[in-house]
Design a protein around this ligand. Structure first.
Ligand code: 26Q
Length: 822
């Protein structure tokens, strides 16, 4: 890491202007007098791309000539957001572009708003993949991201009378300037059909898969520009099409309409991202999506390997490592086995040896409902040969590993088997991933411990060295430099400009944390960011909020374990205290939510509705005297996060201990000087270690206490009956106070907490939570004290750069060396 000047720094505003106008003419076919903002944006993208593609060509040439070992990141999701300002910042061209556009009469921010978010992911897991490919390019590490070129990303959210409505997301309806179609690298993959056993001339048994359907994969490349480095890697996303070859038969036999139906079915595969986060859908199309992109990607990797090494497979594990982003791409394991054994005629043991050196698996969840499994019946229908291969992997595993370790122990075999027996036998993708990988990691210290102790204890007994931890991180380029320009300039002045690639430099800020002048500057920046967000809130929700109030932000997918309803109960408690005591003394606070609910997740949608109805009531109640405002920002996404995070005073990280694998929003908010109200869960624990207990408000049950409470029998009703405030609030939700004329509309929450047994221990943690909030209120009254805490958060979270995560993967998993590119 260094402050090296970007390769393209020489490009000044004048040269950029020339490029933009040239593209306005030659690429957009318009001129400066009639160009729309959209055309200006596209012309500027094309101007930027001249630099991007330069870097892409040199990087790819260098990787090819050096025959570098590379990591191949396999992920069903990439939550990229916008690329315009990201690419400009990483190329070191942002200021020149801003000036060039200003001289052409355009505000760069207006052009940025022309871009749709690339929302090809649900939440944490997808955004992590995007941060990782940014770090990989920045650190000059040879890497390819593989995924699906969804036509429709995560749905767009609207509220109608307080309820979530989903609208399709068509991010590339009018074309995406950042992507390049690569017809020369098309692949074909097969699904369905049956397996035939044949014998070759030597009498050896062979399996021949006669596919029922052939589908074409068309790759689209998105260049990934490293920060001030010279590397430009690629994100390669596969789009499904009907295979020309296959449809020819149908067409010839007069089945024009059938052929067209098959076209539609083939194109369905990459049509839409499944919007379920942390729940397993079990849909056939989802399995086909997983297999489609894994097979295309493996064939792409093998094609590139063969170009350098021919049919000599011996170097394959030296050149290729594949990281599985959760179990979603785990079908790549039997697919590589099939290619090696059935197509390359390799012996099973040799092929399996290769697989076990190539794959590594990251676990992102312990929630039982999120652990992927597929019914054997469906698997056999879609991928009959792969099911056979999984059976053989399992047979050898149970015989050569499990039975050797625990002879005759059928209970162990049942627990460890890749196939879960029962009424409907299932393929356990987590088991398959552990067995087929050389390394398995969780995403925060506590999570990795739980993966080992609770999820795969027997696998740890068999292969202790397989298991490790890599704590998540976020890219400081997007999540500080680009999204918080005011704080970034202040940091550049105060501690130098190396921090974007060496985030531990932020610790130098701690030396200024007691300096009143620096405190004032820091809080003035926060104030300006809050004023900016207040405008956005006004525009999107019509609610006027005061930037002098505490901005308290909870942004993440909506899920019971994340406990947005705990936040809501606290808001109701404050509201009730105000109604009971008109002089109730509290620092004015704006509670800001952003969250999408999975379309089929009933209770999550009820929680959104309840927050919206409570917001409506409180925001209009004169008696509140603006001490509380509640806003639910519609259509939370990367671009909105970039506006909210720099404006946060308080970061809500309040999951039930043991449920949030890591969290990454917690890191982004702390980095931007927000103080965390949080449980000892996921990466919160490591954030607390870094910032110290004075600078974070920790509350609630620990992982061990949660386990103990469940053991001894948790009765949520006891809290209802023993805490009059809890009782009053829950009863209130059942009245028509927030839904005039419609009593009971908000009763689902109360019901889940009482009759439903409160599975996420909301009531058990309520008292601790409200005490932590009281502590925040007290802290905020001390201006200098708060400024110091906020600054200490920014100063102490250097650990959570995704560059450090990637370095951990390099050291503990990938064993890669950087490849410097000129
Ligand atoms: C499963 C089956 C069918 C369709 C979709 C899915 C599906 C999709 C997405 C299941 C899970 C996900 C996403 C999970 C996720 O985002 N997990 C989060 O990962 C982050 C990065 O490691 C962590 O910080 C979060 O704690 C974790 O919740």
């Amino acid at each position: 890491s260094s402050s090296s000047t970007p390769a393209t720094a020489s490009l000044n505003a004048e040269q950029l202007k020339e490029r933009i106008i040239r593209h306005l003419h030659a690429t957009l076919g318009t001129d400066i007098n009639k160009a729309s903002p959209q055309a200006w944006w596209r012309a500027t993208c094309a101007a930027i791309n001249e630099s991007v593609f330069d870097g892409l060509r040199t990087t790819q040439r260098e990787h090819y000539q050096q025959d570098t070992r590379a990591v191949h990141y396999f992920s069903l999701e990439y939550l990229m957001g916008r690329l315009f300002s990201n690419n400009l910042h990483n190329l070191g061209l942002y200021q020149s572009a801003k000036q060039a556009l200003a001289e052409l009469g355009h505000d760069i921010a207006d052009l940025e708003d022309q871009e749709e978010d690339m929302a090809l992911g649900n939440g944490g897991l997808g955004r992590l993949a995007a941060c990782f490919i940014d770090s990989l390019a920045t650190m000059n590490l040879p890497a390819v991201g593989y995924g699906i070129h969804y036509e429709h990303g995560l749905f767009q959210q609207e509220f109608q009378a307080g309820r979530q409505i989903e609208r399709p997301d068509s991010w590339r309806e009018y074309g995406n300037p950042w992507e390049i179609c690569r017809p020369e690298s098309v692949q074909e993959i097969s699904v369905y059909g049956y397996v035939e056993t044949v014998y070759d001339l030597q009498g050896r048994m062979k399996k021949v898969w006669h596919p029922g359907r052939i589908i074409k994969g068309v790759p689209w490349d998105i260049p990934v520009v490293g920060y001030h480095g010279s590397s430009v890697n690629v994100l390669r996303l596969w789009e499904s099409r009907a295979s020309d070859f296959f449809n020819w038969d149908v067409f010839n036999s007069g089945g024009y309409v059938d052929a067209s139906r098959e076209n539609i079915e083939a194109e369905t595969i990459s049509k839409v991202l499944y919007p379920n986060d942390e729940t397993e859908a079990g849909k056939e199309l989802r399995l086909i999506q997983q297999y489609f992109f894994c097979s295309c990607s493996l064939k792409d990797i093998i094609r590139r390997y063969k170009r350098a090494h021919g049919d000599d497979w011996s170097k394959f594990p030296e050149q290729v490592v594949i990281q599985l982003n959760d179990t979603h791409p785990a079908v790549a394991i039997p697919e590589l086995m099939r290619i090696l054994v059935d197509r390359a005629d390799m012996h099973w043991d040799e092929a399996w040896g290769i697989c076990q050196q190539v794959f590594a698996y990251t676990n992102h969840t312990l929630l039982p409902e999120a652990l992927e499994s597929w019914s054997v019946r469906m698997f056999e229908k879609v991928l009959p040969r792969h099911l056979e291969i999984i059976y053989e992997i399992n047979r050898r595993f149970l015989l050569e590993q499990v039975d050797v370790r625990w002879p005759g122990d059928n209970d162990k075999k049942r627990k460890l088997s890749i196939i879960e027996e029962g009424h409907e036998p299932m393929v356990r993708m987590g088991h398959l991933s552990v067995v087929g990988s050389f390394r398995v990691n969780g995403v925060a210290e506590v999570h990795s411990k739980l993966v080992q102790s609770d999820l795969f204890p027997e696998m740890v007994a068999l292969w202790p060295e397989k298991f490790t931890n890599v704590t998540n991180g976020v890219t400081p380029r997007r999540w500080l430099k680009a999204c918080n320009p005011r704080l970034s300039s202040m940091l550049d002045r105060l501690i130098g400009s190396d921090w974007p690639t060496d985030l531990k430099q932020l610790s130098k800020l701690a030396a200024h944390a007691d300096d009143p002048k620096v405190q004032d500057d820091f809080m003035a920046i926060k104030q300006q960011n809050k004023a900016d967000l207040a405008k956005v809130i006004q525009d999107l929700t019509g609610v006027a909020v005061d930037p002098a109030a505490i901005f308290d932000i909870q942004i993440k997918r909506l899920h019971e374990y994340k406990r947005q309803h705990l936040n809501l109960l606290h808001i109701l408690a404050l509201y009730r205290r105000i109604l009971q005591n008109p002089d109730y003394d509290m620092v004015p606070r704006v509670f800001i939510f952003g969250a999408k609910a999975a379309p089929g997740y009933k209770l999550a949608k009820e929680i959104i509705y309840a927050i919206n109805k409570v917001a409506e009531k409180i925001n209009h109640d004169k008696r509140v005297k603006d001490r509380i405002k509640v806003v639910f920002m519609p259509n939370y996404r990367v671009t909105l996060a970039e506006k909210m995070i720099p404006a946060a005073d308080v970061s809500e990280q309040i999951s039930t201990a043991g449920k949030e694998a890591s969290g990454t929003g917690n890191m982004k908010l702390a980095l931007n000087g927000a103080i965390t109200v949080g449980t000892l869960d996921g990466a919160n624990i490591e954030i607390a270690e870094e910032v110290g207990e004075d600078n974070i408000a920790i509350f609630g049950l620990t992982v061990d206490e949660v386990k103990a409470l469940r053991q001894s029998g948790y009765h949520s009703r006891d809290y209802y009956h023993n805490n009059p405030e809890i009782k009053a609030i829950l009863d209130w939700l059942e009245t028509d106070y927030f839904t005039p004329g419609k009593p009971g509309e908000l009763a689902a929450i109360k019901h889940s907490l009482l009759e439903g047994g409160d599975p996420y221990l909301v009531l058990a943690d309520f008292e601790g939570y409200q005490a932590a909030q009281q502590q925040i209120d007290g802290w905020y009254r001390d201006k200098a004290g708060w400024a110091k805490k906020a600054m200490m958060n920014t100063a102490c979270v250097g650990k959570f750069t995704s560059d450090r995560s990637i370095q951990d993967y390099v050291d503990r998993v990938w064993q890669l060396t950087p490849c410097k590119v000129d």
